[in-house]
Design a protein around this ligand. Structure first.
Ligand SMILES: [Zn+2]
Length: 152
Protein backbone atom coordinates (compact mmCIF):
# COMPACT_ATOMS: atom_id res chain seq x y z
CA UNK A 1 0.00 0.00 0.00
CA UNK A 2 1.24 3.44 -0.80
CA UNK A 3 0.54 6.32 1.51
CA UNK A 4 -1.23 9.41 0.23
CA UNK A 5 2.05 11.23 0.00
CA UNK A 6 3.75 8.52 -2.08
CA UNK A 7 0.77 8.52 -4.35
CA UNK A 8 1.20 12.26 -4.87
CA UNK A 9 4.86 11.88 -5.81
CA UNK A 10 4.03 9.02 -8.15
CA UNK A 11 1.27 11.07 -9.74
CA UNK A 12 3.57 14.09 -10.11
CA UNK A 13 6.29 11.98 -11.77
CA UNK A 14 3.88 10.43 -14.20
CA UNK A 15 2.28 13.77 -15.02
CA UNK A 16 5.71 15.20 -15.79
CA UNK A 17 6.47 12.26 -18.08
CA UNK A 18 3.07 12.58 -19.72
CA UNK A 19 3.52 16.32 -20.32
CA UNK A 20 6.92 15.68 -21.90
CA UNK A 21 5.51 12.95 -24.14
CA UNK A 22 2.39 14.88 -25.08
CA UNK A 23 3.86 18.38 -25.37
CA UNK A 24 1.77 20.16 -22.77
CA UNK A 25 0.07 19.53 -19.46
CA UNK A 26 -3.64 19.83 -20.14
CA UNK A 27 -6.75 18.73 -18.27
CA UNK A 28 -7.58 15.84 -20.61
CA UNK A 29 -4.03 14.48 -20.42
CA UNK A 30 -4.38 14.63 -16.63
CA UNK A 31 -7.73 12.85 -16.78
CA UNK A 32 -6.10 10.08 -18.84
CA UNK A 33 -3.25 9.68 -16.37
CA UNK A 34 -5.72 9.47 -13.48
CA UNK A 35 -7.86 6.90 -15.35
CA UNK A 36 -4.83 4.74 -16.12
CA UNK A 37 -3.54 4.81 -12.55
CA UNK A 38 -7.00 4.08 -11.14
CA UNK A 39 -7.44 1.11 -13.49
CA UNK A 40 -4.04 -0.34 -12.54
CA UNK A 41 -4.90 0.00 -8.87
CA UNK A 42 -8.37 -1.50 -9.29
CA UNK A 43 -7.13 -4.43 -11.38
CA UNK A 44 -3.96 -4.84 -9.28
CA UNK A 45 -1.99 -4.66 -12.51
CA UNK A 46 1.58 -3.43 -12.97
CA UNK A 47 0.82 -2.22 -16.45
CA UNK A 48 1.30 -3.29 -20.02
CA UNK A 49 2.56 -6.81 -19.26
CA UNK A 50 -0.92 -8.01 -18.47
CA UNK A 51 -3.09 -5.04 -19.35
CA UNK A 52 -4.95 -3.95 -22.45
CA UNK A 53 -7.22 -0.97 -22.95
CA UNK A 54 -9.85 0.44 -25.26
CA UNK A 55 -10.23 4.21 -24.99
CA UNK A 56 -13.57 5.67 -26.10
CA UNK A 57 -12.58 9.30 -26.67
CA UNK A 58 -12.06 9.19 -30.43
CA UNK A 59 -9.02 10.70 -32.17
CA UNK A 60 -9.81 14.39 -31.93
CA UNK A 61 -8.18 16.66 -29.37
CA UNK A 62 -8.82 17.77 -26.75
CA UNK A 63 -10.76 14.61 -25.80
CA UNK A 64 -8.14 12.34 -27.38
CA UNK A 65 -5.43 13.85 -25.15
CA UNK A 66 -6.84 11.32 -22.65
CA UNK A 67 -5.28 8.57 -24.81
CA UNK A 68 -1.74 9.87 -24.23
CA UNK A 69 -2.32 10.11 -20.49
CA UNK A 70 -3.47 6.50 -20.42
CA UNK A 71 -0.50 5.38 -22.53
CA UNK A 72 1.99 6.96 -20.14
CA UNK A 73 0.23 5.82 -16.96
CA UNK A 74 -0.29 2.21 -18.05
CA UNK A 75 2.52 1.54 -20.53
CA UNK A 76 -0.11 0.28 -22.99
CA UNK A 77 0.92 1.83 -26.29
CA UNK A 78 -0.10 2.01 -29.91
CA UNK A 79 3.22 0.46 -30.91
CA UNK A 80 2.69 -2.55 -28.64
CA UNK A 81 -0.84 -2.98 -29.93
CA UNK A 82 -2.43 -3.14 -26.50
CA UNK A 83 -4.35 0.11 -26.78
CA UNK A 84 -7.29 0.73 -29.11
CA UNK A 85 -9.29 3.91 -29.63
CA UNK A 86 -12.98 3.96 -30.53
CA UNK A 87 -14.98 6.94 -31.74
CA UNK A 88 -17.63 7.11 -29.04
CA UNK A 89 -16.50 10.64 -28.08
CA UNK A 90 -16.92 9.93 -24.40
CA UNK A 91 -14.41 10.10 -21.61
CA UNK A 92 -14.32 6.43 -20.77
CA UNK A 93 -12.03 3.48 -21.23
CA UNK A 94 -12.34 -0.26 -20.82
CA UNK A 95 -9.37 -1.95 -19.14
CA UNK A 96 -8.76 -5.66 -19.18
CA UNK A 97 -6.28 -7.57 -17.03
CA UNK A 98 -6.15 -11.05 -15.54
CA UNK A 99 -9.62 -11.99 -16.75
CA UNK A 100 -11.13 -8.91 -15.18
CA UNK A 101 -12.63 -6.10 -17.22
CA UNK A 102 -13.67 -2.69 -15.94
CA UNK A 103 -14.97 0.48 -17.47
CA UNK A 104 -13.69 3.72 -15.99
CA UNK A 105 -15.80 6.70 -16.95
CA UNK A 106 -15.57 10.34 -16.01
CA UNK A 107 -18.72 11.26 -14.12
CA UNK A 108 -21.13 13.21 -16.29
CA UNK A 109 -21.89 15.75 -13.57
CA UNK A 110 -18.19 16.54 -13.11
CA UNK A 111 -17.70 16.86 -16.86
CA UNK A 112 -20.75 19.12 -17.14
CA UNK A 113 -19.59 21.34 -14.30
CA UNK A 114 -16.15 21.79 -15.91
CA UNK A 115 -17.27 21.63 -19.54
CA UNK A 116 -16.85 25.30 -20.43
CA UNK A 117 -13.43 25.41 -18.83
CA UNK A 118 -12.41 22.09 -20.41
CA UNK A 119 -13.58 22.71 -23.94
CA UNK A 120 -13.59 26.48 -24.34
CA UNK A 121 -11.28 27.71 -21.61
CA UNK A 122 -8.37 30.07 -22.08
CA UNK A 123 -5.47 27.89 -23.29
CA UNK A 124 -3.21 29.80 -20.89
CA UNK A 125 -5.24 28.42 -18.01
CA UNK A 126 -4.93 24.79 -19.09
CA UNK A 127 -2.46 23.92 -16.37
CA UNK A 128 -4.69 25.54 -13.80
CA UNK A 129 -7.62 23.42 -14.96
CA UNK A 130 -5.37 20.35 -14.89
CA UNK A 131 -4.49 21.13 -11.28
CA UNK A 132 -8.15 21.56 -10.46
CA UNK A 133 -8.86 18.11 -11.92
CA UNK A 134 -6.08 16.69 -9.77
CA UNK A 135 -7.60 18.08 -6.60
CA UNK A 136 -10.74 15.99 -7.16
CA UNK A 137 -10.56 12.52 -5.57
CA UNK A 138 -10.97 9.42 -7.79
CA UNK A 139 -14.36 8.50 -6.32
CA UNK A 140 -15.81 11.89 -7.24
CA UNK A 141 -14.18 12.08 -10.65
CA UNK A 142 -14.83 8.59 -12.03
CA UNK A 143 -17.33 5.79 -11.99
CA UNK A 144 -16.02 2.23 -12.22
CA UNK A 145 -18.19 -0.48 -13.66
CA UNK A 146 -17.28 -4.13 -13.65
CA UNK A 147 -17.95 -5.79 -17.00
CA UNK A 148 -18.39 -9.46 -17.74
CA UNK A 149 -14.99 -10.62 -18.95
CA UNK A 150 -14.67 -11.39 -22.62
CA UNK A 151 -11.88 -13.41 -24.12
CA UNK A 152 -9.77 -11.19 -26.31
ZN1 LIG B 1 -3.48 17.83 -25.14
Amino acid sequence: MTSGQNMNTELKDILNKAAEFHGHLGPFLTIGVRMGLLAKKTLKSNGFGDLSVTVNTGNKPPLSCVVDGIQVATGCTLGKGNITVTNLSEISAVFHAKRQTIRVKMKTEVFQSLKVELLHGDPKKMEETARKINSIPDAKLFGIEELASKRL
